[in-house]
Design a protein around this ligand. Structure first.
Ligand code: UDP
Length: 380
């Protein structure tokens, strides 16, 4: 007998929801099971005091892929938002990403030529030191950062923040993480280099809800506990949870970072004047403070509510019971993941997708693109 559903989608985060959206549009029947009491994974928003709160940290959608941008905008309207975070080190405030505003504040220079000269001299000194140590190319995040922006910026704006976020020395982290950040000799505080950037009007729940329309959705349903009953319900499984968990941790556990959010309602309309302020010093236990209203309210709009909601982010190593946020793509984990991935290809009728199942530090646009691609491939 043909199973009731074409796809059993495990996890209702962005990958699962995008896959469900593609499948239902193609006339397929989907059952989406979600361990948490809500859909949307770490994109989940909630309304507090008329302010959209990103419950699991700030999510800003950015892409240079016109097709992906048009796709998500065809589902819900997006409001443009340019992410321009600040970095706070002691009482000093710097603009991010690393640009002329950062360099002027750091070195007191006033022109790109001056900034370039200081950057070059610091970069060259670091590069020479690394080459003398036998590293022709940067082998870790510390070496990569020093070659990108030099010692001053590394010490004040990168080292403390990165080691808090990842819980490991910068010298033990992969170089690619820091290459996410642009370095520019213009006065441009736009964090992302992408062409399109925004947040769904009213928050991400609307996007996820629309993507899941037409699917059967069971929240509070843990696939790991009900695999035997759930698996026969569909012809194929789309698994978006942690790959090591799916495979019974048979080779040991992959490391993920988690984040604890401490939120507060404050009796002021505007507390920090910006959506994101990173705290880059090692002696401050949190990595950043988000003031949520700035994602949606501009200028005088912030006075629409007399209060504000802020969240401090405390990263920690992932443990059972917490939510996984970031895969730790260091050497040990990458090797371990490769072993799990080799086992996963033997799982016929199961598609593994998204940040946890592919153990990749994905941005949202890449997740959407990948889910669409995987569906097209599966539907062939
Ligand atoms: N980073 C940093 N200082 C900052 C912001 C970012 O050193 O003030 C580094 C850090 O290593 C971090 C990486 O840049 O892991 C990527 O930052 P991104 O903002 O992309 O992280 P996400 O938004 O995914 O948490």
């Amino acid at each position: 007998m043909k199973p009731e559903y074409d796809y059993l989608i495990v996890g209702s985060g962005l990958y699962g929801a995008t896959f469900a959206w593609c499948a239902t549009r193609a006339g397929k029947r989907c059952l989406v099971v979600e361990r948490r009491r809500h859909t949307g994974g770490n994109l989940r928003c909630e309304n507090v005091e008329d302010i959209v709160v990103h419950r699991y940290g700030a999510h800003i959608f950015h892409t240079s892929d016109r097709e992906v941008w048009d796709t998500v905008n065809s589902i819900v309207p997006f409001r443009s938002f340019i992410n321009s975070p600040l970095a706070r080190y002691g009482d000093e405030l710097y603009n991010l990403p690393f640009n002329m505003n950062t360099f002027c504040r750091m070195w007191g220079c006033t022109s790109p030529a001056e900034a370039q000269a200081i950057l070059n001299s610091q970069r060259e000194a670091e590069t020479a030191r690394q080459i003398a140590a036998g590293h022709a190319e940067p082998t870790n995040l510390e070496e990569q950062a020093l070659r990108l922006v030099g010692r001053d910026i590394y010490e004040k704006l990168i080292k403390g923040y990165t080691e808090k976020q990842w819980g490991r020395p910068c010298a033990e982290l992969p170089a690619f993480i820091i290459r996410r950040l642009p370095v520019r000799l213009t006065f441009d505080n736009n964090y992302f280099d992408d062409t399109y950037q925004g947040i769904p009007e009213g928050g991400y729940n609307r996007l996820i809800d629309r993507m899941l329309e037409g699917s059967e959705v069971w929240t509070g349903c843990d696939y790991a506990c009900h695999r035997g009953e759930l698996r026969p319900k569909a012809s194929a499984v789309v698994y978006t949870g942690a790959i090591d968990e799916y495979l019974g941790y048979c080779h040991g556990r992959l490391d993920y970072r988690s984040v604890r959010f401490e939120s507060e309602i404050l009796p002021v309309a505007n507390w920090q004047g910006n959506a994101v302020v990173n705290y880059t010093a090692a002696d401050i236990p949190f990595t950043r403070i988000i003031e949520h209203k700035h994602f949606t309210m501009r200028g005088d709009e912030v006075h629409r509510t007399p209060v504000t909601v802020i969240s401090r982010e405390y990263p920690s190593e992932w443990e059972d019971g917490a939510e996984r946020c970031y895969p730790v793509n260091d050497l040990r984990n990458t090797t371990l993941y490769d072993r799990y991935a080799a086992m996963a290809v033997q799982e016929h009728g199961v598609i593994f997708g998204g940040r946890l199942a592919e153990f990749r530090y994905y941005d949202m646009d890449d997740v959407v693109a990948k889910a669409i691609k995987d569906f097209c491939h599966a539907a062939k």
